[in-house]
Write a protein that binds this ligand. Sequence first.
Ligand SMILES: Nc1ncnc2c1ncn2[C@@H]1O[C@H](COP(=O)(O)OP(=O)(O)OP(=O)(O)O)[C@@H](O)[C@H]1O
Ligand SMILES: [Mg+2]
Length: 362
Amino acid sequence: MPTDPNAFLYLFFEPIAPFLDDPDVSEIMINGPDRIYVERRGRIESTNACFCSENALRAAAMNVARSVGRMLGEENPILEARLPDGSRLEAVIPPLSRTGTVVSIRKFRKEKLTPAELVRFGSISEGGVRLIETIVRLHKNLVVSGATSSGKTSVLNVLSGIIDPGERILVIEDASELQLQQPHTVRFETRKPDKDGKGEVTIRDLLIAALRLRPDRLVIGEVRGGEALDLLEALNTGHAGSMSTIHANTPLDTLSRLETCTLLSGIDIPMPAVRAMVAGAIGVIIQTARLSDGSRKITHISEVLGLEEGVYKMQDIYVFRPEGLAPDGKVAGHHVFTGATPRFAEEARRLNLPEPWADERA
Ligand SMILES: Nc1ncnc2c1ncn2[C@@H]1O[C@H](COP(=O)(O)OP(=O)(O)OP(=O)(O)O)[C@@H](O)[C@H]1O
Ligand SMILES: [Mg+2]
C-alpha cells in the first residue's frame, strides 16, 4: 500500500485528523490550542477539537514545518508552506499572533471542480458555462477576480480546462494548484529566498522567461505584484488568450488593482499610459464571490470595452441577480444575461461558437 504523503500531518496534528479525513471540510483554522474552526460545505463551524496546550500546538506546528523542510520558530515566526498532497498551510506563532499559535490549512481537492459541478452547486448556469467556453476559445485575455477564498483558483482551473489540447500552455504559480490535463503544458513554480535572503525566483522572473518560450497561452495563478506590468506589456503586444486571478471585489476594482500592481514594478510609467495598457490588455473579467450562505458564485462576467476620456468603459454580459434570502438562509436568485451584446459576438458567430447572450435574453 502506498504511504500517505501527509502521514506526518496526522501524526503531529492528531486532534484535527477527523477533519483532514472529512471530504466535506475544505479549510481547518486553528486560532490557539482550543479554538479550532472548520469550513464545511462553505460554512464556518466551531469544533470541540483541541490540543492539550499552547506548547503542544506550537511543537506540532514546528514539527510539521520541519517535515516539509521549512523552519518555524523565533526567527521565522510566519510560515507559508505547501504540504506534499498540495494542501496549503499558513502558520503564525506568538508573540506575533495574540491568541496562541495560529494555523490554517486549505485542503487540496483531489478532483478539480468541473463545469457540471459548478452548475450543480448554483455557482454558474449552463448558459454561463457556454459563455466562458466562447470567451476562452476566442482567446480573450481573462482575469478571474474575487476576495480571499471566493473560488478564483477553482474557476481558473475550469477555464484552463477549456483550452484546446493542441495549444502550448505555460503555467506560472506560487504553489502548484492548477490541474491542467493538456499534454503540451509547461509548469513553473516560484522559489522563496533561502535563509540568507538569496535565490528568490518571483512570478515576474518566471513570466519574463515564459515569454521567450513561445507560449500560445499564459496561465498565471495570481497577479499581485510588479509582474502585472510585464504581463500587460505582453498582452498588448500580441500574447492573446492569457488567464489569471487577482484579489479585487468588483470588476472595476480589478482594473484599478492591476494599475496598483504595475506601480510595484518600480518602473515609473505615467498613469494615463498604465490605464491605456490595462484597457488594451484585458478583455473579460469574471468576478467570484462567497455569499452570506457560504455558497461561491460567479457574480459577473464583464467585458472591458476600453477607455473613454481616461475612464474605463465596461459592460456586464452576465450577472447573478440576488432575490433575497430563502427561509433556510440560502441566497435566492438567478444568473441572467443582461441583454448586452458582447463586442466579440460577430467573431463568435464566424467561428460557430455558442452565443448564449443571444439565446437567453433577460
Ligand atoms: N463554486 C464552488 N462551490 C463550492 N466550493 C467551492 C467553489 N469554488 C471553490 N470552492 C472551494 O472553496 C475553497 C476556496 O477555493 P479557491 O482556492 O478556488 O479560492 P481562491 O479565491 O482562489 O482562494 P485564495 O484567495 O486563497 O487564493 C476551496 O476549498 C474550494 O474547493
Ligand atoms: Mg487562489
